[in-house]
Each structure stands twice: as structure tokens, then as C-alpha cells.
Design a protein around this ligand. Sequence first.
Ligand SMILES: *Cc1c(COP(=O)(O)O)cnc(C)c1O
Length: 347
Amino acid sequence: MAYITLNKNNFFNNLDIIAQHTKAKDKIALVLKDNAYGHGLRVMATLAKEYGITKAVVQSCKEAQAIEEFFDYILVLADFPHSKSTSSLVRTKNETIRYTINDLEYIVKFPHATKVELKVDTGMHRNGVAISELREAFSSIKRQGLILEAVFTHHRSADELTGEWFWQNDNFKKVKEEAKKLANEFGFNELRFHSSNSAALFRHVEFDEDMARVGIAAYGCMELPEAIKVEGLKPVLSVYADKVSSRELKKSECIGYGGTYEAQENCRVSNYNFGYGDGFLRVCSNNYTNPHGTKLIGRISMDNSSFLSEEENLLIFNDACQLAKSAKTISYEVLTSLKSEILREIV
Ligand SMILES: *Cc1c(COP(=O)(O)O)cnc(C)c1O
């Protein structure tokens, strides 16, 4: 199997840039869902703690439990305290974990005294209660005896250079005003507010929210249009593969399943232990060149891929954005495709 290296300096460099923008480390909530965007959940949590990050965001209870010891605050985006994924050994009362309310109907699923945050749909129409349902949500949360700590939203197009960002921001402003009044009326403590993922954070000229939920920027793989590009972020993750075998391919011989690459002249080729079973998107077959100019040839198979190379350890990629281009996808998919079994090592 291939191996992954995680560049600690680059990660800390990215966190420095993000912290300059949030103006405080403790306003960064590092998004660690999906095995920390393929980087490795526990190893990234360890590094984040070392840097001084105190807040994390994950998708499930299971992820939250795996990193509980590293943070003061963990927001679970879409799970319930007693879901199937939750280990029965885990304490039901937990000071660290907060749960997201994504739908009015599910408020009754949270046990009394659970800390919750209310997600409001300001235009993405994926999760969250409608702006018109705010009062009903507050009233239900009160009736259920939950501890409401924050109200938040998510932008649908913060990474695109369009006006959408502005109207969604305006919608959230209205939500904030109304939520403050409702918090007063229903007797909740002062609420916190947040709306920014990586792209949205950098579009705030003066960031003044209580925290930002930062994923891809911390991993250094943001793909933004030139006009809103953020300078200085560096990819954290690299994938290397070991050589399994080498051979000479004679002119007009073909390599791999289907023989889709034909040698134009005699050449030396090697086969490396990184395939689609490990997370190498198969759509890159015959259409990828590594950062050193080494060409991938033939189809990617389950555990193997062939390159015009004889190197013992071949760098597959050190910038997920580059591979994403050849796969016609986004860095997020390239990264989260990497299997958790691959060895990860901090360098
Ligand atoms: C994944 C996610 C984020 C992080 O997004 P990035 O673009 O990686 O910064 C923030 N908020 C929510 C609700 C998410 O699901």
C-alpha cells in the first residue's frame, strides 16, 4: 500500500493565515469530518491541539468520540446522541459535544439538557429550519428542555464569484436579529453565531462572527477564482507509492487492463502500489502526470498503477487540487477518497 505524509509546517502555516483572519485561534473551529478530509482524524486532532486549536466540527457522534480528549468544543453536524453509530460505552452526558438541529421535526429526538445549535436555512435549502420557522424552533427547543448555544447557517456559493454570497449574508443578518430577540424572550443565554466555511471566512472584509468552521483552507487545498484567491496556503498531504516491479515495454506493446496505453518506443515502466482501492480516482487513467513530470500510463487498477518511472518511491501527488483537475472533480473528493488504512506519517 502507498503511504501518506502530513506536513506539519504547512498545516501550521495555514492555521496562521486563518487565525490572522479570524483574529483569534479560538475562533477557528477545525472541520475534521470524513477522517479529517482524508488526512487522518486522530493525527490531525493531535496536531491541531498542539497548535492551540480548541474547537472542532465533525459529522457524526462516532467521530466526535474519537477526538473528544483533544478539544473543549466539538460540533456534530448531523447525528443524534443515541444513534446507531454511537458506542453504548459512551457517557450520555458530555460537556464537549454539541448537536445540530437540522429540522424542526427532530427536536424531540434530543434528550433533555443536550447542548444544541440551531441550523437555519438562509438559501442553500439543504439542511436547517426555515427563517419563518425560527419562533417555532425556539419554542420547541425550550419545551424539549435543550440548551441552545448558537444559531448558524451555511453558504451555498461562497467559493464562486457571484452576488449570492451577499444576499445569503443579508438573510443571516436578519436571522441574527430575530434570534437575539427570541433568545431573550425564551430565556436562553447569549447566543453565538457562525456562518463561514473556508471560502466564506476569506470573503469577510472584517470577520466579526463568533467562530468560523474551517476545513479545506486548513488542509491547503482551496480552489477559488483568481479574484478571491487566498495567498500563502500550502497543501498538507502528499501521497507516495512504492515500486512493485519494473519492466521494459517494447515499442507497440500495451500496458494494463484493456491495453489502453501503447508504447511509442521502447521504454522502462514500473508498477506502484496505489490503485483505486486505495483512493486513486480511476478516471485519472492515462490522464495524469505527477508533480515531477512523471506520466501515469494505462488504466489504474485496484491496487496498482503504472508510471514511466523507475523510482523506488514515487510521489503520486502533493497537491490534491492538481489531481482533482485531471479527475474533473474537486480537491475535497480526491482527499476524502483516500482510505483510512493507508499509513499516515507526520513530517
Ligand atoms: C464541511 C463543512 C464546512 C467546511 O467547509 P470548507 O469548505 O472545507 O471550509 C463548514 N460548515 C459545514 C456545515 C460543513 O458541512
